[in-house]
Design a protein around this ligand. Structure first.
Ligand code: S3P
Length: 461
């Protein structure tokens, strides 16, 4: 337990650079591990989830060295000695992935194509998160998978599946699969399995989600084609490492600073070298629509110097700086189709909506129920305690959140629900609230952004 108190601040000012993007970092380890040749990964975030991906691939026989710790930025330079598509080894015990959903769902895609069995176990929160969305398509490709299953009250025909999971890979067959829920993790698991299938695997997304897997696979010379929401990958082709990869700063981590600077008067901050992949920029589009003063500049990326005679860094992702100033916000409607591009930013956007004039609606947010915690519940309960006018609307299957702006939130005793994004959103809410805010436990923040409080302290007055 790590209690945390926040008092209102006067303003934010300064410049920050953030650890690498969590989603991209997982993929960098996974794809490097199954490619030919070594990969040097720079600006790798030292968070719990990404370290679980490293541990998992070490157990599968991949040599991975943490070369240099940059304590100033909480990042590592990591060297992965790729084993090629078929070089992984059966681990001598279970692989524990902690509470990292991305580690588990993506590694299942890789393990589906191996000729050995692996038992995957998870922490208490991930053990309650649904896995059928991944196990179902991987079984269709030929993998043998057993998982803990539980019959759902609402749908007795299809029991949901949860970790622990036992997976035995096979000679995979390619499939054409229409994903029922918009999920980059599900898409990525199928694409990674597709690397092992002979022929064309096709994934069709209902709404386009983050495309880091597709971009990185292209960088590693996979045979992959993307046309709108349809991705086609041809398997059985070795991946070739680009040698050096730079992970851009995490836009999801940046979102907490962006909203802080917007809601606290007289603030201005510059966030350098952030990943500006359009599939992740929902937060910027929505905040700008609400009147947020946010400028992006794509041209300022300075390749960090780490070794004078090193080959050039590969990125494969747009990068730029974000300048944010205090702004007066007005409400907006966030449509279902926008949700995947800001799924992890919904909690912090709810905080921003509390400071917007009029009504903000977040439509079709049901997926928040199956994140690290039920984020609909965690944000509704906490923001209500802080005096927000927030409610949930259910129409048939669809859940939406409606927030009416208030003059100012009030400090209160709130709970993180052991969820990193709920915790960081509450810290931000407290920065401009009237009186003191007390959060029960913020140790969960280390799941994605252990340095959050330290960086925040640098730019607040
Ligand atoms: C992620 C995809 C999203 C997101 C998660 C990271 C990824 O999950 O919420 O934090 O790296 O692919 P879903 O695929 O479940 O939407």
């Amino acid at each position: 337990m790590r209690f945390f108190s926040i008092k209102p601040i006067s303003y934010l000012n300064g410049e920050v650079e953030l650890p690498g993007d969590k989603s991209i970092a997982h993929r960098a380890i996974i794809i490097s591990a199954i490619s030919q040749g070594p990969s040097l990964i720079i600006n790798f975030p030292a968070n719990k989830d990404c370290l679980h991906t490293i541990k998992a691939f070490k157990k599968l026989g991949v040599r991975i060295n943490l070369l240099k710790a940059d304590n100033c930025h909480s990042t590592y330079t990591v060297k992965v000695f790729g084993k090629g598509l078929c070089g992984l080894k059966k681990p001598n015990s279970n692989i524990y992935v902690g509470d990292s959903g991305t580690t588990l769902r993506l590694i299942l895609g890789v393990l589906a194509g191996q000729d050995f069995e692996v038992v995957l176990t998870a922490g208490s929160s991930l053990s309650q998160r649904p896995m059928l969305r991944v196990t179902l398509p991987l079984r269709l490709m030929g993998a043998q998978i057993k998982a803990r299953s539980k019959v759902q009250k609402s749908d007795t025909l299809t029991p949901e599946e949860y970790p622990p999971i036992i997976i035995k890979g096979a000679r995979l067959k390619p499939i054409t699969y229409k994903i029922p829920v918009a999920s980059a993790q599900v898409k990525s698991a199928i694409l990674l399995a597709g690397l092992y299938a002979k022929g064309k695997t096709t994934v069709i997304e209902p709404i386009r989600t983050r495309d880091h897997t597709e971009r990185m696979l292209k960088l590693f010379k996979a045979d992959i084609k993307v046309k709108k929401n349809i991705i086609v990958i041809r398997g059985k082709k070795q991946l070739i490492s680009p040698e050096v990869l730079y992970i851009p700063g995490d836009i999801s981590s940046a979102s907490f600073f962006i909203v802080s600077a917007i809601i606290v008067p007289n603030s201005q901050i510059l966030i350098r070298n952030v990943g500006l992949n359009p599939s992740r920029l929902g937060i910027i589009r929505v905040l700008r629509r609400m009147g947020g003063k946010i400028e992006l500049s794509g041209s300022n990326f300075q390749v960090p110097v780490y070794n004078s005679d090193a080959p050039s860094l590969e990125v494969g992702e747009p990068i730029g700086d974000i300048l944010v100033k205090s702004s007066t916000l007005r409400g907006t409607i966030v449509k279902d189709r926008e949700i995947p591009s800001l799924i992890d930013e919904l909690p912090i956007l709810m905080v921003a909506a509390c400071y917007a004039s009029g009504k903000t609606v977040f439509e079709g947010v049901g997926e928040l129920r199956v994140k690290e915690t039920d984020r609909i519940r965690s944000m509704l309960e906490n923001l209500k305690k802080m005096g927000a006018d927030i409610r949930l609307i259910r129409k048939r299957e669809k859940e939406s959140i409606v927030i009416r702006g208030v003059k100012r939130l009030k400090g209160a005793s709130v709970k993180s629900f052991a969820d990193h994004r709920t915790a960081m959103s509450l810290v931000v809410a407290g920065l401009n609230a009237e009186g003191k805010t007390r959060i029960d436990d913020i140790s969960c923040i280390s799941k994605s952004f252990p340095d959050f409080i330290r960086i925040l302290k640098k730019i607040i007055s």
